[in-house]
Design a protein around this ligand. Structure first.
Ligand code: NAD
Length: 275
């Protein structure tokens, strides 16, 4: 089994650095996909209410036979559920779907600044943590203004901000702010949804290490101190993507990948306009 690394969060808890993303995994397929990942050594599953597979993910965790406290499960509050009471109810529904007493990490999926309800939603997450329904709380797709506002209004700093981040969109300014604020950065679409796998720079580095492009990119996230959640439903790729703890990138490799950053490299929606 692959040896895993973990990072410390600002709330005293610890989080596996690598996990499996389950966006676009069918609920019926989720138990087998989660089972393959846990058998391969993954200990974190990145879910969301919007992925409509919380039931299947929960079943996969139970069927693995691993103690519940050895698997870190994340979910995210759906965009339609912003608001204090709405968020409390949405979390209860997610817990029921998973069949869990508590989640390890609960995130606000998108800030939706146009709706302007994310502060009251954040207050509900603070309460959910106080009540023990979730162990850590964080956000996703939050920009500097959204982060500063929730901290100013509640005094509670998110443990994690999960954002689009890959070699073609490296988010250096946001990462610097996270470092100042004590927020862990989690990379979504870490492989650029597969589009970075045929990049020649990545290919050359991969060949030098005897690793695949996917492993090279995942290792880049780890060597940068990021949390990373690549997605696959194919057992061989699931295994491949966790076999990244037996090598490290050199300074020259890291410099070459740093040069791939592109301010126009965003694949997903702009959080300021989404929702
Ligand atoms: P990704 O960058 O992880 O790429 C996944 C795709 O890459 C797969 O569908 C597959 O086609 C390919 N792939 C994976 N491993 C491979 C391998 N070893 N060899 C060849 N091809 C391989 O993209 P993603 O699914 O968009 O992102 C990962 C996870 O991030 C999601 O599943 C989800 O959990 C999370 N996410 C969160 C948000 C958010 O708003 N918070 C948005 C998007 C994704």
């Amino acid at each position: 089994m692959a040896h895993q690394t973990a990072l410390d969060l600002n709330d005293g808890r610890s989080i596996p650095q690598l996990g499996l993303g389950v966006w676009q995994v069918d609920d019926g397929e989720a138990p087998a996909v989660v089972g393959a990942a846990l058998a391969a050594g993954y200990r974190l599953i990145d879910g969301a209410a919007a992925y409509r597979n919380e039931r299947g993910v929960g079943a996969g965790v139970r069927q693995s036979g691993l103690p519940r406290d050895e698997v870190f499960v994340t979910s995210k509050l759906a965009n339609s559920e912003h608001g204090y009471d709405e968020a409390l109810r949405a979390c209860a529904a997610s817990l029921a779907a998973f069949g869990f007493d508590a989640l390890d990490l609960y995130l606000i999926h998108w800030p939706q600044p146009g709706r302007n309800r994310y502060v009251e939603t954040w207050k509900a997450l603070v309460r959910l943590r106080e009540e023990g329904r979730v162990r850590s709380i964080g956000v996703s797709n939050f920009g500097p203004d959204h982060l500063k506002r929730i901290v100013d209004e509640t005094g509670v700093v998110p443990a994690v901000n999960q954002v689009e981040l890959h070699p073609r969109f490296q988010q250096r300014r946001l990462r610097d702010l996270h470092a100042e604020m004590g927020i862990a950065t989690q990379s979504w679409s870490p492989l650029g949804q597969g589009r970075l796998l045929d990049d020649p720079t990545i290919g050359a580095i991969a060949a030098r290490h005897g690793k695949t492009p996917a492993q090279t990119i995942i290792r880049w996230h780890i060597d940068n101190g990021l949390l990373v959640i690549p997605k696959s439903v194919t057992p061989a790729r699931i295994r491949e993507n966790v076999e990244v703890f037996d090598f490290a990138l050199s300074e020259a490799d890291l410099d070459a990948i740093a040069a791939l950053d592109d301010s126009a490299g965003r694949i997903g929606p702009d959080p300021d306009r989404f929702g």
